[in-house]
Each structure stands twice: as structure tokens, then as C-alpha cells.
Ligand binder design. Sequence first.
Ligand code: AMP
Ligand code: ZN
Length: 461
Amino acid sequence: MLLHNTATGRKDVFLPQDPRRVTMYVCGPTVYSYAHIGNARPAVVFDVLARVLRRRYAGVAYARNITDIDDKINAAAAAEGVDIGVITSRYAAAYHEDLAALGVLAPDFEPRVTAHIPQIVSMIERLILQGHAYVAEAHVLFDVGSYPGYGELSRRDTRELVAGARVEVAPYKKDPGDFVLWKPSGAGLPGWESPWGRGRPGWHIECSAMAEALLGDTIDIHGGGHDLIFPHHENERAQSTCAHGGKTFARFWLHNGFLTMQSEKMSKSLGNVLLVREILKHAPGEAVRLALLTGHYRQPLDWNDEAVADARRKLDRLYGALRDAGAHAGAASATDAPEAFVAALEDDLNTPAALAELFELARALNKSSDPDEKSGLAAKMRSAGALLGVLQQSPQDWFAQTSGSDSDAPGKAEIEALIAQRAEAKKARNFAEADRIRNALKDRGVLIEDSAQGTRWRMAD
Ligand code: AMP
Ligand code: ZN
């Protein structure tokens, strides 16, 4: 398997440290507002990578965090006059709903920063002890001068980095490039007791501390959007490498390109965002997912109505071939995806090439008149689809869906994804989350019923 590694600047052969536990950490959302379609891109891309890794290796430990302490969250809470927990649970729940609709499977771990304050404090203490961090005016700062490897990931020299990132120049910093590990919280701001007084963590330290707690000192793959290379990932790398006596932090760094609109990066600060939930009112989640996978993950992807319409037509063709073959759902498990399809995905997640292979299969299926050959091809298409996270419903359901209407009623795929998430929450004994999903479905007119045979659902009258 080949993966493009930002650290080396080329495609490298990927071999995990331990094939029984391939470790992957992806930076997740800061939950202070609804996710836009740009935020969904890394979630979908790394979901495909997790599926490809799970197919090849015996075990995968995938962590995608939720940033639930941040100054933007504090500002949103203050604006509504509520506790930050009200803001973060609302938008974390919305994020889960959006991703479920896009067929994104739950990661193995979804750590929250507020649940890892002791681990964060412990890592900062170690960095101070080892001379990589210092206390100044109730802040703790990372001393970039103490780590000669600083700047290697983003491959720029420190001076250039500092100028480019408009870092905050503060009188208590030894070097303008030093970044905050811990900062004081005044009255009215969320904070935790620490050896440096009541305060809260800076942004970068959370990922280093949570990756260490869940996945160990050296992880196989670290992912996120291209915008995170500097300063976030450069800083994570500095913190973890220094806290672990020079051990490599991440063996592979993967970064997805930006989603753009009219060639401009989609971002909240530019104000050109399209929310996932708005898009889902007019298009099936599966088509939105496929549209996100039509281009290669490292390239920029320009988003427009035609991109979704095109993905929808593609799915019409693929499901059309399955329908004509009389394919039944569930046939996938017995057959593996075709070699060329898997090879494309294992070549740095080449989804355009993989899709071309999928269309080859559909073409062969349409041509064939031999029933055995047809069902074999259909099973291969389903297995290939399962790696991309598409083609898992019955053709009848795909063609019957009513999306395109502005109703708030969720589609079948979304309902089933949410029910699966609820089952997982119950399995993890997270009954609060299970109830939340049940209630969220009920609010949207879907009633669920548990029985010995599993969970059934129906639309409320
Ligand atoms: P944020 O909540 O802003 O930290 O973003 C969460 C994730 O979405 C990060 O991995 C970002 O790199 C990624 N991201 C944000 N905007 C875009 C975009 N326009 N295109 C692709 N990825 C993005
Ligand atoms: Zn991170």
C-alpha cells in the first residue's frame, strides 16, 4: 500500500508497526457551529482510508477527536448566555447526524478534550521538566528553540513560519514562534485547576495528549486538512517528539486538499460556507459522499450543484446495473472487491481510478446475459462499494427515495445509519447517546422499536 507522506513529500510504502493494531489519528471538528461541506471532506476521506485499512489488516484503532474547549466555543456560549456544554453537545450531536447521513462510520475512539485535562497537564509537566516549555505570566509556552526539528514537517524555516502565520507576539514569549500550551482563565471563563493556576489548554496540546493516551507514543498515520500542516501539526509533532525523548510521533502524515467554491477555499472566516445539513435537504447523502470522492483527496475540489447532480447520475447508473441484475443486498460479504479496484485505493487512495473500475464492472454487468456471471459481478460491485461507502442499499430504495423535497424527514440510509450508531452507543453502554439518537429520530418523525430480532423503525402517522 502506498500513501503520500507530507513528512517526506512523496508516496511511500505503508507498513504499520503492528498489523494487529494500525493506529490512525485525525483532527476532528471544533464544535461551535454546524459543519460545512469542507469540514466533511476529511471525515469522508479518512473514513475511506479506515475501511481500506480494515480490509487489509487484522485491527485498526482510529481516533478522531472533538475539540470541546476553545475560545470560539466560549464566545458562542457567552453570546447565548449558556454553559459551553450546551453549545458543544448541540453541535457534536449535529456533527454526528451529518456524518451518519454521509455514511461515515464511527471511529473507534472519539476523545473529547474536556475529558483529558489530566493527560494534558501531565504532558505539559513533562515538557517543562525536560526543558522544552517554560512558565511565563500564568501561561505555559513551548520553547521552539529547544527543538531543532521544528519546521521540518511544513518545510519552512522558523522565521518564515512565524511571519506567515501571523503568530501572536506577546511580551512574555522568549521567541515569537513559541506557542501556548496552557493559558489562564479569568472569572467567567471555563477553566481547570493546574500547577500553573486555574486555566485551560492551548489548542495543539490536546491532540498530542489524546493520541498518546489512546494510541501510544508513535502512531502510524496522522491526518487532517491541508490547513493544519502549519501551525497545528508542526506543533503537535514538536510537543509529542519532545515529550517522548525524540521518538517519531507520526510515521505518515496525510493531508486532504481544500474544498473550494468558485476556486476560493470554503471557510467560516470567508463567509462562503455551505452547511452539510442544507445540502442534504436537496440531495441524498450517498450522492454528496460520492461527490466528495470523485476527485483525488490531495487535490482541491470545487463544489457546485453540478458536482452533486453528476454524482447522483453516477449512482443512478451503478444502481441501475444492480437492479437489472436482480441483485440483492447482502451479497457483498461473500466476495472480495476486484483486485484492480483495491489496487487503486491502495495507491494513495486513488478514488477516481477506483470509480473507473467500478464503472467497468457495471458495464460488464450490463452486457452479461449469464445469471451466474451477473450475480458474481453484482457482488463484486457491492464489495467495491462497501470500501467507498456507497452502493449498500437496495436499488429499489435508491430509486424510491424522495430527497429533493425540502422535507425534514430523513432518508432510509440516514435512518439506518443512525440506528446503527445507536446500537453502537448501547453496546458501549453510552445510554445517554443512545437516547439522544432515539429522540432526534422521533423529532424528525421516525419511531423505533427494539425487539429480539433487532431494531425496527417506521414513520410516525
Ligand atoms: P475545523 O473545525 O475548522 O478545525 O475543521 C475541521 C477539519 O476540516 C480540519 O481537518 C480542517 O482541515 C478541515 N477543513 C476545514 N475547511 C476545509 C475545506 N474548505 N476543505 C477541506 N477541509 C477543510
Ligand atoms: Zn490535532
